[in-house]
Design a protein. Sequence first.
Lengths: 558, 648
Amino acid sequence: MSLPGLELTQPSAEREFVAAPPSQINLSPGSEWRFEVAFGTTIRVKLLTGNAEIFGTELAPSQTYTFSGAKSAIYTWHGCTLEVSAGDAVSGLDGMTTTPTATRSGFGAGGCQSEYIAEETPMVEYANVHFALETLRTEAKASGKDGPRVLILGPEDAGKTSLTKILTSYAVKVGREPIVVNLDPSEGMLSVPGTLTATAFRSMLDVEEGWGSSPMSGPSAVPVKLPLVYCYPMVNPLEAEGSVYRPIVSRLALSVMGRMAEDEDARETGIIVDTPGILSQSRAGALEMINHIVTEFSITTILVIGSERLYSLMMKNYENKPSSSASAATLDERISVVKLSKSGGCVDRDGAFMRAVCESQIRTYFFGNPVPSTGSSAQSLSASSTTNVTLSPHAQQLDFDTLALYNYTTSSAEDENAEDDDYDPAKLTTGDSFYPGDNDAEWSAQQGENTSSFPGINPANNNSASAAAVGNALVPLKKVPAPAPSALANTLLAITHCPPTNNTAEIRDASTMGFLYVADVDSERGKIRVLAPMGGRVPSRAIVWGKKWPAEVVGLVG
Amino acid sequence: MSSGLASDEVAEDYKNSLEDLTTNDRFQISNLTVIAKENTEHAMAISRVLENHIRATPPAQKLPALYVVDSIVKNVGTPYTLFLGRNLYQTFMNAYTLVDSQTRRKLDEMLKTWKEPVPGSLDTRPVFPPDITRSIENALIKARTAALQQQQARGQPDVFNRGRVATPPGWTNTPTPPQNAARYPPSSNQPLQGRTGSANGHPSTGESIPVRSTPTPQLQAQDVDLSYLNRDIEVLIAAARNEFANNPLDPSVQQRLKALLDLQGIMQRQQLTQEQLKLVRDQVSALAPKPAIQHSSQIPVTSSPAITTPPVTQPFSQPLQQLLNPGTLAGLIKATAAQQQQPTPPPQISPMLSQLAAAGSTPQISTSAPENPLIAALRAKGLLPASSTPPGPSAPPSNVATTTFPFIVPGQVRYTPPVPTPQAMTTAETQMTVQMNTASIKIPRSMLIAGLYEARSNRCGTCGRRFFATEEGKQKKARHLDWHFRTNQRMADAARRGQNRSWYVDERDWIKSREIGDDQITTDNETATENTPGTDNKPSSKKGPPKQWVRAPNDATLRNTPCPICQEKFESTWSEDVQDWIWQDAVKVGSRVYHASCYDEVTKDGPAPAPRETPQGRTGTPDSVLGKRKAEGPESPGQNVRVKTEPI
């Protein structure tokens, strides 16, 4: 992950980079090596002896893995020896950017900002969760039930996504096909931030990139994964009291259930749902949203990491209650709530780091995983192990008038606290002046109605004119009129699969086809210059503006 | 290949190749020899792999593996002679005891050649140093002598042996067979038959007898000879130590060694009564013969004492059972506890050391025999607390294997913590259920981890993915490696042209799509994906344009380039599904785009165009178009290719 030009937000504890000699790290059984690598620097890790895994995905022996911009850990059940060396500093890629890259590194092995060996990990618990799930899966298969549906809850930076990865990896390792649902819009899974996704995993996760890659036109060293993507261009799922998040979750759950019904392997394996940490904080509406997720996905197992309070709440609300699946009554399917320890390796990822993660995901969507360095001889040796695929997006001009561009017009001042500002500095720059008519009171009134009477996710409901009118009125989604607002610049546009003339409820619920990056806005001529992932005409579909999130990404196009 | 690779990588390759060696295939063997020759700097790793392989492989495949050893030491010599010589005794005897008599004859012949110089070589030294071969020979001679004695002694009451051994009906009830079967599936038959035969005291061949060499004479003596007993324990401990040195991490070995040391301690510290000695002697002798039979024989051995105690087939155990009913046992224990005496050092041992070298052969081979027999036997005979409720045939099978193996120390009853045997793990893995609750998931279950690692020992060197070491796993891995190969080629290919992110699929396509693993039989659209970029390289492509197509290039000159075959230009059409301009009926081969129909015509007899070929396994890869890979002909045997092509 290289981020030329994006290192402005890096912590300052970085110096002139001096290549550190390769160092060997010996791990005793059951310990892990935790490391942090800044964006812009890389380290190379090689497994010399023994077995090791990174979030459940096993490292191949003698392969060189390159990490950049990561806070991660390599765990070993059996003990291992790792060789860590400094990788090359990331330089510009593909000629698209010319920003010179400053190299930054810490003083740990291979130039890690921080690295140490930890003896105490919650891996035993996490592995046992996997085995417990396997037990449930075996039972489910025997009795014809669906596999377990797992919901992972916990505050920010408690290791939810890591646990999701571990459970996914182990399931894949024993030949299962879990459907992994990411409901956290602040970090994308196989997509950019600001999306909710569902993916059936059958192949190995990518050691270096975390999840892997969504399909590209060319081959990939790690099998690509096929995500189903919904756009939710806000950080906070409770935005507008969840009136946007909730129906999208329902829609996503419906698709997942549809897949489960048809895909035997997925049905036996079940679902793993990763959630945003915000839901696990005591926010107004968070419990209702959790309940919504539990209901929609017919959750059978709730894993709570690192929060006693939430655990006791969940125990009270759900433990031993029948799940919401249609067959729960006949098959006596009950929800179990399990508390898990938070790993001592969980570190707070500050706003700057999350911002960098966000930008790197967007960059990866358009440009692929960059080659850490082109001139290195060592690189060529490890070519097969790295997933460095360079993608060529296409820049083109679009008439703004031809676009059916929609924007969410929620303005929830109460949710925009300092924490959100960390994620979304761009928010400060975007005014609300486009819709002077909107105000909080109006919207909260509408949303109150919305939560109780929302027509649901069946598009058929909206076919009639009256239904469409209702849908339009309730969804805080407005068409952006000409002229093109200058705030479009440097933001993402999500192309949905929905025809441009459909009503806003359908547009909101539609899955996403892909993203455009607005490089430039020419309001006078009514044209915008965009970066599309591939050539050809931009499909004429409804487009949703990611104005608030992922918001502005500067310097994607030089 | 010979430089720059880590030893374990070479070893891994070698191991995989060895696993494919199932018959006495001269070509494969010579091929393996060549690999060994090219990798002398990894000789130690390769030797280790060979030894492990010979130990673990089913008896039917031991001979070819030993032939590899033979071929290597004769054709390559040092350093292999050195490394392989170290453990040759164990390796050879281990194999020898497990194979049938015909194979033994072959092994005898091979051993004979090891005492001589390499034929045609100028070096006059024998293949292996004489002391190594001599120790093996001595052991074999000793075994044969014992077998002869046994045959002569056949007239005498042989109940002990029968009682301990010949209880085939009990097998079906035992927990052990599945475990052993899982580990050494094909091995169960042959040696079992040999065992049953000899158990009846009418061995069909002399060779199957060595098994009984040590215990037989003692058992027939009515009084327990303490020195014999001590010696036997000593020997067993030596064997266990040896095993422990080899496998320090194996809990079962630790357990066994500990049990033996405890027993020795008891023997030395206490003056035991005749009855007690008889008991101990019986345990020891029960332990001794088993090893010789080795893995496969664990089945009857384990089961008979542990489970079939009451049946009539056990004339010997009956009196013992009576002798040692719980009440008597308690009395015995009390009595011994009171009789704390000077240790009785076994000075008798030294004069017998010479014998030991030979007799030791039996226990030495025992290294991999599990501790179960000893423990189970102890329990059955009443030395263990569990004896108060002697497990009947209906005893829960897994108990024997996985529960504790308590060992009694006079004066107190002490339970050693439960240490499941490695064999038990593999079975338990499938049976073990983990409850989904907070308390349950805090319990470490290291044996389940084995299901993620050791159980899938066949590992891809490129991505670390694991496969079962079964036939199916091998096929999967082969397909998986194929996938790597193709992908690498295509990546190299794709690096030259621009790639881009595909659009995400819509809901319907996603629901209909099925993840295709990289280990499944590739379908005919495999290479089509190379030509049909975009959303269509997924199974969800059902909506894509019919037949073959490629995206119309953006470059004007390329767009105007005609089909090289018919010299007609391509027609661009807008595809709603792809959301792009495409050329229908077009196929891209290398850098040129052809009309698919033209290309079909021309290449009908040549290298088949990619999309119509259905690649299966490692051969017939459609990438033959690219000319990089040759079909696997007889001149490029699979073994070699496998080792050479594995990506680094």
